[in-house]
Design a protein around this ligand. Structure first.
Ligand code: F6P
Length: 539
């Protein structure tokens, strides 16, 4: 395993040796540090200088990556090897953004041709809806699109819809329903007109309980509004799925289905047909621009040497923190309200990918894997949880994201926003010593309270503006960062068996809540909870 290699040992020794070196020292020792540890990729500026690293640590991390065979694994992914070994599938989300005319044949499938056929199908549909050629059952133009999906069939398009608020089509609003809690559907349907509403049922498998429950209720809501006329379904429901049979069984004409393939993981699917709601609410051109951003980052990841490769370096720094410095979490802090769902999106991307404890050859890992990813947009977080990041006992590496320009022309608070962004990264890195506090005349009893330890690492990611292209770059950056970590840890980042048990148990319990057996066979806690619920409903 990777932790028994000399490269792992070398990192361990380095981490130990560098424990006393502060970021203050590092910056004082090398005035070129910011320049040396920053990389620009197609307009995206990534400053890694406020990390607890130096050239030796970077070199040792690159050695570790080479030992883990990262370069070969990258090629395996891009060329369609079945690296999702537990499901015997290729992992080809990078092919979703290949330019038209590219060549890639995997398992007999001409991938770019199929990808662009679906993109053309989506663009044609969007054109018809936006122009009013496609209408609802009663001939009215579609004004609201409701995406019904969960996990990867919700988080990506929802995040991107909010992120690209400055690029929205003026006539179309999108809403998103994921939770099986009926309140979510109720909220999504509030105030909208069934005659002008299009439902997009998004589910890779088309078997997901939450999505099918919400879609069934949405169907009833629509039928109620049109006097039960089933022929209305064809004008108000489309599906995004890999499962044509499931779509047909649900009652959606497969002519109104936009397909994708089993080599697109759910959490890697926002740039597949799963992005239809985003394309409808923006435009095919904006969607294409986003794909170009993804592709630009893919090209960087596939071709840049590891020491200059942003996703590789960020992934490796994350491994360094997780395994050698014992930092268990990563805070993602966009100074951009439009990216308010970006941390939630990354939670699924990263935690469902690398929340694993079994290696590719079936053994229990003897080291930590996936970090806990969390975050909120700045500056809100500053007035909530930043206290712990500044003065808590466990360092929390942070990824800051900011833009030179605001994403929408609104009241101009941008300087204030960005000043806070830069100030937080500076305060976290350099802190304030007790001598500095004393020099301000603070009474002795408060000196320790007002001292900031500093040495709290962060990445600063900056771009001119949150455009569709930049959004694509950012998402691809995190996809590949996640992949790199999975390779180092030797886990399969593309399955998610851990979500199955809860689903199976829920299916059993749902029957027991209503007319199940009077003798319950769970543990005493679960039995009692079911009994209390039944008693409340007198079942
Ligand atoms: O239960 C987890 C999961 O399978 C995710 O991986 C996936 O994104 C989500 O459920 C939704 O799945 P589907 O798109 O098949 O409805």
């Amino acid at each position: 395993m990777i932790n028994t290699t000399p490269q792992w040992q070398a990192l361990s020794t380095l981490a130990e040796a560098q424990q006393g070196i502060s970021l203050r020292d590092r910056f004082a020792d090398d005035p070129t540090r910011a320049e040396l540890l920053s990389i620009d990729v197609d307009g995206l500026h990534v400053d890694m200088s406020k990390h607890l690293i130096d050239a030796d640590v970077v070199a040792a991390l690159v050695d570790l990556a080479n030992t883990a065979g990262l370069l070969d694994r990258i090629e395996d992914m891009f060329t369609g090897a079945h690296i999702n070994s537990t499901e015997d599938r290729a992992v080809l989300h990078t092919a979703l953004r290949l330019p038209a005319g590219s060549t890639l044949t995997v398992d007999g499938q001409d991938i770019p041709t199929d990808v662009h056929r679906v993109l053309d199908h989506m663009a044609d549909f969007v054109r018809r809806v936006q122009s009013g050629e496609w209408t609802g059952h009663t001939g009215k133009q579609i004004r609201t699109v409701v995406n019904i999906g969960i996990g990867g069939s919700d988080l990506g398009p929802y995040m991107a819809y909010r992120a690209l608020m400055g690029y929205r089509h003026e006539m179309i609003e999108a809403r998103y329903v994921s939770n099986v809690d009926g309140t979510h559907l109720y909220q999504a349907l509030e105030g909208i007109d069934p005659e002008t509403t299009l439902f997009i049922v998004a589910s890779k498998t088309f078997t997901t309980l939450e999505t099918l429950a919400n879609a069934t209720s949405a169907r009833s809501w629509l039928l109620d509004a049109v006097g039960g006329d089933e022929s209305a379904i064809a004008k108000h429901f489309v599906a995004l799925s890999t499962n044509a049979e499931g779509v047909a069984a649900f009652g959606i004409d497969t002519a109104n289905m936009f397909e994708f393939w089993d080599w697109v993981g759910g959490r890697y699917s926002m740039d597949s047909a799963i992005g239809l709601s985003l394309m409808l609410a923006t435009s095919p051109q904006h969607f294409a621009d986003m794909l170009a951003g993804f592709h630009a980052m893919d090209t960087h990841f596939r071709t840049a040497p590891l020491a200059e490769n942003v996703p590789a370096l960020l992934g490796l720094i994350g491994v360094y923190y997780r395994n050698f410095l014992d930092f268990p979490t990563l805070a993602v802090l966009p100074y951009c309200q439009a990216l308010d769902r970006f941390p939630a999106y990354l939670q699924q991307l990263d935690m469902e990918s690398n929340g694993k404890q079994i290696t590719l050859d079936g053994k229990r890992v003897p080291y930590d894997t996936g970090a806990i990813v969390w975050g909120e947009p700045g500056t809100n977080g500053q007035h909530a949880f930043y206290q712990l990041i500044h003065q808590g006992t466990t360092p929390i590496p942070a990824d800051f994201i900011g833009f030179y320009e605001p994403d929408v022309d609104t009241v101009d608070h941008h300087d204030a926003l960005i000043a806070n962004l830069f100030a937080q990264a500076e305060a976290l890195a350099f802190g304030k010593t007790s001598d500095e506090v004393r020099a301000e005349g603070v009474e002795e009893a408060l000196v320790n309270h007002k001292t900031f330890p500093g040495n709290r690492p962060s990445t600063m990611i900056m771009a001119p503006k949150l455009t569709p292209f930049v959004l694509g770059q950012l998402v691809a950056l995190y996809e590949h960062r996640t992949f790199v970590q999975g390779v180092i840890w030797g886990v399969n980042s593309f399955d998610q068996w851990g979500v199955e048990l809860g689903k199976v148990l829920a299916k059993a319990i749902i029957g027991e809540l209503t007319d199940g057996p009077s003798e319950l066979a769970h543990d005493s806690s679960t039995n009692a909870l079911i009994e209390r619920y039944r008693a409340h409903h007198r079942r």
